[in-house]
Ligand binder design. Structure first.
Ligand code: SF4
Ligand code: SF4
Ligand code: FES
Length: 246
């Protein structure tokens, strides 16, 4: 492949309601990724294309978009895999700011509601933690906050519910699995967080660029914790007497 047709969805809602696709011809070299193609267009054809990126190394999560209909990182998607005709759209679950740049501020508002790590008073730093506890929560700390799991979640896309969304369940699971943490976040996730809206379709898990098993290891265990903590008053009393979360 020497040349690809790259079609980019263009819009800027603050200026106009017009939404259109613009097509560009981009020379393709070996190893090129979709973000390189967007940069080529910006540098050589149209400097006004809005795109957010930082690391170009699949670490910052900024370049999330929908490539040929699939939520992907532009810097992790090779042009040879995307094919000779590449369509790039902004993430559909979030309001567009300009072209491929979306407004993620709702996600940051949700993040503020999640109580941070709060060690039990009897735990003294440095904490002595079993390797098994580190291994269990390590997966969740791989999250690069790309919001691709949020983008693909039909509850967030279609229903505009109060569901916090899979990215935030991953964050809560990481905190909940810390053996020194003392906060019970089950009621928050059950009530304000709307975890009951999630019907375990696993779409979020399929698109995570870090391979985090979002549904299997974060969402389902958090749903099980809610059953124990919210619907089992005797268990709640026992945990309160032991001054332990679990
Ligand atoms: S498993 Fe739940 S969070 Fe993940 S995409 Fe499906 S409904 Fe959304
Ligand atoms: S859980 Fe995965 S898909 Fe979701 S924000 Fe984190 S890295 Fe991205
Ligand atoms: S530019 Fe950082 S993840 Fe793509």
């Amino acid at each position: 492949m020497n040349e690809a047709k790259v079609s980019i969805m263009r819009s800027e809602p603050a200026v106009s309601s017009e939404v259109k696709f613009e097509e560009f011809k981009v020379p393709v070299v070996e190893g090129m990724v979709v973000l390189d193609a967007v940069h080529y267009i910006q540098n050589n054809i149209d400097t006004t294309i809005g795109v957010r990126w930082n690391c170009k190394a699949a670490r910052c999560g900024s370049c999330a978009a929908e490539i040929n209909g699939s939520p992907r990182l532009m810097c992790k998607t090779r042009m040879e895999d995307a094919g000779p005709e590449v369509q790039i759209k902004p993430m559909r679950a979030f309001p567009v700011v300009k072209d491929l740049v979306t407004d993620l501020s709702h996600g940051y508002e949700v993040a503020k509601k999640i109580p941070p790590f709060t060690p039990r008073p009897e735990m003294k730093s440095p904490y002595k933690i079993q390797q098994i506890d580190i291994t269990r929560s390590k997966e969740f700390r791989l999250c690069i906050e790309c919001f691709l799991c949020m983008d693909v979640c039909h509850v967030i896309r279609e229903h505009h519910s109060d569901y916090f969304g899979p990215k935030h369940v991953v964050k809560i699971a990481a905190l909940d699995l810390h053996p020194a943490d003392s906060v019970d976040r089950s009621e928050l996730l059950h009530n304000e967080g709307g975890l009951g809206y999630c019907d375990i379709t696993k779409c979020c898990q399929e698109v995570c660029p870090e391979g985090i098993r979002i549904t299997d290891n974060a969402i389902i265990p958090e749903k099980e914790r809610i059953v124990d903590h919210v619907y089992d008053p005797i268990g709640r009393l026992i945990r309160a007497a032991r001054r332990r979360k679990w």
